[in-house]
Design a protein around this ligand. Structure first.
Ligand SMILES: Nc1nc2c(c(=O)[nH]1)N[C@H]1C(S)=C(S)[C@@H](COP(=O)(O)O)O[C@H]1N2
Ligand SMILES: [Mo]
Length: 315
């Protein structure tokens, strides 16, 4: 059930201020207002610029064939079942406490450990990447993510040779997440990748979007982006990363194995029982594009699947 974009969301091109211009204008206004208020008492405003690593330098290797989805669309049309099985989950997601946040790294590693999100942010090589995202419901978006390669965290975890899969989990807290009171769902949300997928350069752990920290509804403080797979693989609000010898059963696979498999690679020729995958609609603008194999990222990932033709690689 693709939810149609309400006409009110559609913005004239001119109203969609590119983020870079917006930031500059805001910084200018903040600086000007600050100077006016503080008078001669302070010599520089630079020290009051927002702290932290945003915006991070852009990795130009990843280019888009379409416009970036407007930020306000991206934070008002979401899948985050912890906060309900509809798209208007942003207000509910504000209940999630993301600071402080700890990520547990365990399973088949030399030494299990916990790491604070702040520590990750300070020590991982942050960059911005423009990625497309393709939901199995046949909608798509294009997002400037900030984050770091999942491979960098895998390296830091020092997995044992016996590890074959990386398993990621979301928090479980039914007190604040109304969706988690629906006990027939297999909480916590779980996803997994093979080690080869997790260490592919496209696999990205996201800490920010649109040059800012990630909004809660988009999966703060840490979510995955694996753009060659259907969107449900890109797990949000990760608090545990485990290494395992056995293939995990992911959230949607546990619910509907015939509809949502482990691999879930995008393929326009393999329809979902309820949605053709031949084309996609960009949220916000309603533009239609033909869907591409591996969502257009075949040059990065197609090689991961040679020899696996017997697997149910798509859906
Ligand atoms: N923990 C968690 N992660 C999740 C989901 C979810 O319900 N819970 N939904 C998935 C689906 S189906 C999609 S399409 C994307 C949506 O990401 P967005 O809301 O940032 O667009 O998140 C994915 N990650
Ligand atoms: Mo999705």
């Amino acid at each position: 059930m693709l939810i149609r974009t309400p006409p009110g969301w559609r913005m004239p091109e001119a109203a969609a201020t590119p983020e870079a211009i917006f930031f500059n204008r805001r910084a200018f206004l903040a600086g000007a207002a600050g100077l006016a208020l503080l008078g001669a008492g302070r010599t520089a405003r630079a020290q009051d610029a927002p702290a932290g690593p945003y915006p991070a330098p852009r990795n130009e290797r990843f280019v888009l064939d379409r416009g970036v989805t407007p930020e306000e669309i991206n934070t008002s049309f979401n899948n985050f079942y912890e906060f309900g099985s509809h798209k208007r989950v942003a207000a509910g997601a504000e209940a999630l406490a993301t600071d402080p946040w700890t990520i547990k790294v365990d399973g088949l590693v030399e030494q299990p450990f916990e790491i604070g999100f702040d520590e990750l942010l300070k020590t991982m090589p942050l960059e911005e990447r423009l990625y497309r995202h393709r939901c199995v419901e046949a909608w798509a978006m294009a997002v400037p993510w900030t984050g770091f390669a999942l491979s960098a965290l895998v390296e830091r975890a020092r997995p044992l040779g016996s590890a074959k899969y990386v398993v990621m989990q979301t928090f479980h807290d039914p007190k604040i997440a109304s969706g988690q009171r629906q006990t027939w769902y297999p909480w916590p949300y779980t996803e997994g990748l093979t080690m080869a997928e997790a260490t592919n350069e496209l696999a990205f752990l996201v800490t920010g979007a649109y040059g800012k920290p990630l909004p809660k509804v988009m999966g703060a403080p840490l979510r995955l982006a694996v753009p060659w797979k259907y969107g449900f693989k890109s797990i949000k609000s990760i608090n545990r990363i485990s290494f395992s010898e056995t293939r995990p059963t992911s959230f949607w696979e546990a619910l509907q194995p015939a509809e949502y498999g482990f691999w879930a690679n995008v393929n326009p020729e393999v329809p979902h029982p309820r949605w053709s995958q031949a084309a996609e609609e960009m949220i916000g603008t309603g533009e239609m594009f033909p869907t591409q194999i591996y969502n257009g990222y075949g040059e990065f990932v197609a090689g991961l699947y040679s020899g696996l033709e017997g697997e149910k690689l798509f859906l």
